[in-house]
Design a protein around this ligand. Structure first.
Ligand SMILES: [Zn+2]
Length: 113
């Protein structure tokens, strides 16, 4: 995570230094573009972490539409928060795909038998 932040900030810092050294308007534009790209990327990382934490806490039983915890509800139904229809198994599989969570070889062996 720290490495990712450093890699994200490096181009921005480079553009800032170039701008400070040469005071060229083209570096200002590059700096603004880098800043916007960094903000968008950091926002994506924060969102991913948030959903991954919810996934771990509720064992994948979170609404695919509004992230409402579906733990303790039936295997099939509608989300009490947003009325989005869900099936727990499909919801968990969908989150695993979205979060790129691979099943362990033990789980795969159990399911294939
Ligand atoms: Zn919902």
């Amino acid at each position: 995570m720290t490495l990712m932040v450093v890699l994200l900030l490096l181009p921005l810092v480079t553009a800032c230094v170039l701008w400070a050294l040469f005071r060229d308007p083209k570096y200002t534009r590059i700096m603004i573009l880098m800043l916007l790209a960094n903000i968008a990327t950091i926002y994506q990382i924060v969102q991913y972490k948030r959903v991954a934490n919810l996934f771990r806490r509720y064992h994948g039983k979170i609404c695919g539409n509004c992230l409402f915890p579906l733990e303790g509800l039936g295997d099939k139904g509608v989300c009490p928060e947003c009325s989005h229809p869900y099936e727990i198994e499909k919801t968990i599989q969908g989150w695993k795909q979205d979060l790129s969570i691979r099943q362990t070889s033990n789980q795969t062996a159990t399911q294939s038998s």
